[in-house]
Design a protein around this ligand. Structure first.
Ligand code: ADP
Ligand code: ADP
Length: 228
């Protein structure tokens, strides 16, 4: 069964902007799905609703069977969100940043698990460094470590490579590959087809608030191939 079940979701902002209409999608445990679309397509709105940060105008979202409208707390425990902007306490150490986030979820300490996360993200050697000393790529990995701190089943990456150079994009792709091997379910947004193709098992194309199609990456690339 699906870890996330989205049914007929719509969102109209107070300003009148229709950001989403009639979006339905099942996300399966262990898969990596990319939401591909141009700026303003509705990608951030969609993941913000799933994460409980934006209340939809219509439709339902279930995370691990919990309805986000009525069982938000239980649903939120299953989710980790890596936001677009880098927001870290500059004078906090890497390991304390991750411990702090875990505490916010009401989870008790588990340094063995945190060590595993930091090692998996190649941050273990930097655990006692202050976040302000880190490179841009390391800072992004700290954000991922924080998002994984409470052992979520699903990780959201909102535009993980927006505004970064080619080397850092490749580094992020490798991080996602490592998370795949760790069995994390990942939903990422991007406006690069190449990135969706590189990282995702399935691609959902979203534009003007509508989910136009969802296909396994291999099928979609085959279709594009045929047209040329
Ligand atoms: P994407 O992430 O694909 O760039 P967004 O979900 O951010 O798209 O935006 C979808 C549409 O909703 C856009 O037209 C955007 O201007 C609008 N929008 C996003 N957030 C808000 C908000 N808080 N208030 C009003 N309109 C918004
Ligand atoms: P509990 O089951 O622990 O009482 P709730 O499901 O009532 O938790 O929600 C916990 C908190 O999340 C409450 O403060 C509630 O107002 C808020 N909340 C509930 N649903 C949403 C939602 N869709 N978006 C944002 N916040 C929500």
């Amino acid at each position: 069964t699906a870890i996330i079940r989205i049914e007929n979701l719509s969102k109209q902002y107070g300003s009148g902007t229709k950001a989403l209409s009639g979006v339905s999608l099942d996300i399966h445990e262990g898969e990596i799905i990319a939401l591909l679309g141009p700026n303003g397509a509705g990608k951030t709105t969609l993941i913000s609703i799933i994460c409980g940060l934006v209340v939809p105008t219509g439709g339902t979202v279930r995370v691990g069977g919990h309805d986000i409208a009525t069982q938000w707390r239980a649903a939120r425990k299953l989710i980790g969100l890596v936001p677009q902007e880098i927001a870290l306490e500059p004078f906090e150490t890497v390991i304390n940043a991750v411990r702090f986030t875990r505490g916010l979820y009401g989870e008790g300490p588990d340094d063995a698990y945190i060590e595993r996360v930091l090692r998996s993200l190649a941050l273990w050697d930097k655990r006692d460094a202050m976040t302000r000393e880190l490179s841009g790529g390391m800072k992004r990995r700290v954000l991922i470590a924080k998002a994984l701190s409470h052992r979520p089943k699903v990780l959201f990456l909102d535009e993980p490579t927006a505004g970064v150079d080619v080397a850092l994009r490749r580094e992020m792709w490798e991080v996602v590959d490592q998370l795949r091997r760790d069995g994390v379910t990942i939903i990422l947004t991007t406006h690069y087809l190449e990135e969706a193709e590189e990282m995702a098992d399935r691609i959902g194309v979203i534009n003007h608030g509508e989910l136009l199609l969802v296909r396994p990456t291999a099928d979609l690339m085959g279709e594009f191939g045929k047209k040329t």
